[in-house]
Structure formats: C-alpha cells, structure tokens
Ligand binder design. Sequence first.
Ligand code: PMP
Length: 443
Amino acid sequence: MSSGKIIVTFQKYLKFTLQKSKNIIQISSPIIKRNYHHGSSFWASVEMGPPDPVYGLTEAYRACKNPKKVNLSIGTYQDDNGKPYVLPCVRKAEKLLDSMRLNKDYCVPEGEEQYREKAQQIILGRDSPHIKNKLTAATQTVSRTGACRLAFDFIGLFYTGTKKLFVPKPTWGNHLQVARHAGLSFDYYRYYDYKTFGLDYKGLMEDVSRIPDQGIILFHGCAHNPTGVDPSRSQWEEMSDLVRKKRLLVLFDLAYQGFASGHFEVDSFAVRRFVEDGNNCMIVQSFCKNMGLYGDRPGGLIIITKKKEIAEKVQSQLRNLTIPMYLTPPIHGARIAQKILSDSGLRDEWKREFKLIADRIISIRRILRSKLIKEGSIRNWDHIVHQNGMFCFTGLTKSQVKKLQTEHSIYMSESGRISVGQLNTKNVDYVAHAIHLITRYIK
Ligand code: PMP
C-alpha cells in the first residue's frame, strides 16, 4: 500500500480515517475509536512453540523422500498394506444410520443416554451393580484426551483429598501435559524395569505405599503405553488392596481395551476388580482405537460413586464443566459406537473383527522377533512378544533411534517405542534388518 492518507466517510454512521503513518491506522467513528497497530500485533511477542514430539515425527516422515520410509510413531492400526483400516462393522453401522435419515441436532452436553449406558457396560459389565443401581456418573467426551482433561478439571474443583497425581514412569506423554494445563501437580511411581524390559513390581508397590493417603493414582487399565507391560491378575489384586487401604483416588485410562488379549472382558479385569473392591475410581475410555474411530473421537468419563444421590450431583457438575468447554460432544462417532454396541449381530461382528486385529498385532510381534534372530542378532528380543497391545518398547537407545531415522528413514519416538500397528509383512524385513545393523555390536 502506498503512503498517504485515505479517508473513507460513511455519511450517516461511520467515519473511518485510515491514516497510514508509522504503521498506525486510526479508525474513528461515532461507535468505534481505537488504535490498530498495523504490521505489528498483540501476538508479536509470541515465540515459536516447541514441536510436539509425535506430530513432529510424522511431519518429518511425510517430508522424507526415501520410498522405503516407515513411520512407527503413531498408535493407529493399519492393514497389511500399510493403509488405515476401517472395520467392516463400522461401515455397516454407518449405512444403517444413513438409512435412518437422522437429523443433526445437538445432543445433550453429557451425550446420549443409550451411548453412555452401552459404553459403561463394555467396561464394567452388562450386569454391573454400579450401573444398575445408578451409582455412576458418566459423560460422553472428546475421546480419552478430553476425558482426562474433564477428569482433571473435576478433581481440581471438587476433590477433597490430596490433589497430587501419581503416574507410572514412563506414561503416555500427554497425561502430563493435560494435568499441567488443568493445574494438577504430578509425580511418578516406578513402573518399568529397563533391565528386564518388564514390570518393576517391587518398585511400584514401594512407591504406591509412599503416596500420601487420599492421593490420586493413574493406571493404564491394560496394554500400557508406551511399554506394553501390564501387571498380572494377582498383581492387580494386590495393588487394589493397597490402594484401598490408602484410600487413593484411582484414575484408570483404558486406552486400549481389547488390544492386550483380544477380549474386552479380559482386558477390563483390572478396572472391574478395583471397582468391585470398593475403590474410588474414575475411568476414561474411548472407541477410537478398538473401533478404529480415531477421528470421530467417541469417548467417555465414568465416575464411580457410593450413592445414587451423589452420582446425580457429580453428573450435574460434569455437565456444568462440559458446557463452557465445548457445549456438547460430537454425535457421529458416538452413534456408530452405540449402533454397534446395541445391535447383537453387529456387536458379535465387531468382536470377531477386532480379534483379528489383536491377533495380527501378536503375529507381527512374533515375525519381528524371528526376523531379528534370522538377521543374526545375538540380543534377547523376547520382550517384543511378551509385551502387550499396540506398542513395543524396543529397548533401543536415543542415539540408535536417531540412527534409524537418519540412516534408514525409520521413524519412532525417541524412547524407542514402536507402534506395532504400523508394522506389516511388507515393511517388517526392512525394519528388522535396520534394527540389526544399528544394534549388532551392542549386546
Ligand atoms: N491415553 C493413552 C494411554 C493413549 O495411549 C492415548 C492415545 N495414544 C490416549 C489416552 C488418547 O487417546 P484418544 O485418541 O482417545 O484421545
């Protein structure tokens, strides 16, 4: 724009004087009289944010020109051709919903009742006395991330115990960010043993017993992210006893229900046991992973209470927290999940289809391990098959991870975690070969 003065006059109501001098435009009118800084802005002092570790990797992967590149950083399931997979039962449910010509009205802030009921049943069981006796408050959320945020905000406002969250070391990185943003302080309890590639059960129990009474503890209900290491049933039982004695508030993140064993009931063992034992539990869940509805974001937060009247009050406060955050949740994914869960034929199909996914993940773990052995690796790779679910904590060091990226265009998080859901029979040879090349001289 050239320098000088431009005067625009709206005779009756407005008179704008746009005076471009020293980057300042002055606007004057009977209604508005403000200075607008042109060329600088209120946001000029904002610095570039640090790249998100996971999304940063995906961007680097996309920019990479190597045709052999492999991205093992994201926890989504892909088919054997490396393509995102939509479950056939989801397609069917969508067709059925389409034929119903449903409208697109808002749902209520806590989500449709039928969805919430079915979502609770898949975790707590169809005959759960807590559901039957209305001892739960349950709300649909924007998947698990939204559920964690809602849970932390709720804790911040209403929890009367010790407001400190204890998370496993390591945990899903975003737990900490969400807690931070919700103003909740946190610390770790020991979880993973880097020497055995397994659970540090002794360390876990010692640390949990040191948590202040009525503190808050977060557990991954199954298929722990990032380690793929879960406690055994008897360990969960002992943990439940200890937690009850200490009157801790338990937040279960059930991110990968079904992925550990291929069976939803088996994978909800820990949650059900803790609830049955009378622990104070909050549960975050979603169907993003186990129905492959990633972008649709159907999730939920369940809070277990001891009395129906308490559940009603908690429910009302969850609603009041939701409204100023996003008003109402998205309906599409929740309708699909609800359709699948309430139609017995579709539900059975889902369970069958999902079992194939879980089995394929188990089989690709075996293939990766055997390929590494075939490559001549003298390392022990048993943990690849012993760990559960979508992720494998390989034991690769930061510098090895870097080498894999720079020398072989294989992308994974710097912790050495790989998403097994992104491995397939077409890329596993290449990945095994590359891992062997960078680890062969190190025992
Ligand atoms: N919790 C854990 C443990 C996770 O691994 C993830 C996803 N990686 C989430 C929560 C967030 O999942 P969602 O997509 O459902 O928000």
